[in-house]
Design a protein around this ligand. Sequence first.
Ligand code: MN
Length: 223
Amino acid sequence: MIDQLQTYRAKRDFGRSAEPRGTSRASARSPQEHPFVVQKHDASRLHYDFRLGMEGVLRSWAVPKGIPVDKGERRLAKEVEDHPLEYGNFEGVIPEGNYGAGTVQLWDQGNYEVTGDSPEAAWRKGKLSLVLHGKKLKGHWALIRMHLQNEPDSKSWLLIKTVESLRGLSAKEANRSVASGKSMKEISRSRRVWKSAPRARRKPQDSFKARIREMIAGEGPGA
Ligand code: MN
């Protein structure tokens, strides 16, 4: 069986970044449940990572200009390597010198449905009619693979806002993590902790993860 996370792992050094390695087998999550996550990622270029859970991994797209909110608005979404499901709970700083170095914020989380098809079949066809049930993103979107003459196996997709416009998110909502309530700047401060105590990496990392888990299980977005 092909390891779906081979590319993901090959790009990263898990001794130097707190990103999850991912379990080799699909997680215990029920196959009927389809999680989605949007991570704001201040890497060499700021972008939003749009991830849809299916077949035991998070299929992933980098959306440079952010998720469209006005009906008919479309944004380029570049397909990237599958990520482990655990990545859907990752927030923190990828240290300099590592792949994707920069701050990662859990911008939105929830579940999604695909109308008229299973997510897996729709993904293979390159056309997903999405209903997102997130904390910020609620409603209909479409994700469509572009067919380019010079790129037969296209990694370029369009993420399109369909059916209705999303009500405006307040500046506070738009800037804060749905998991921790933190701004990008506040998350980026955690970098110091990891850099100053590289030998004790395991402990702060575990407590960080536990904190994120608590926050996700708890009240949701902080005030
Ligand atoms: Mn990214």
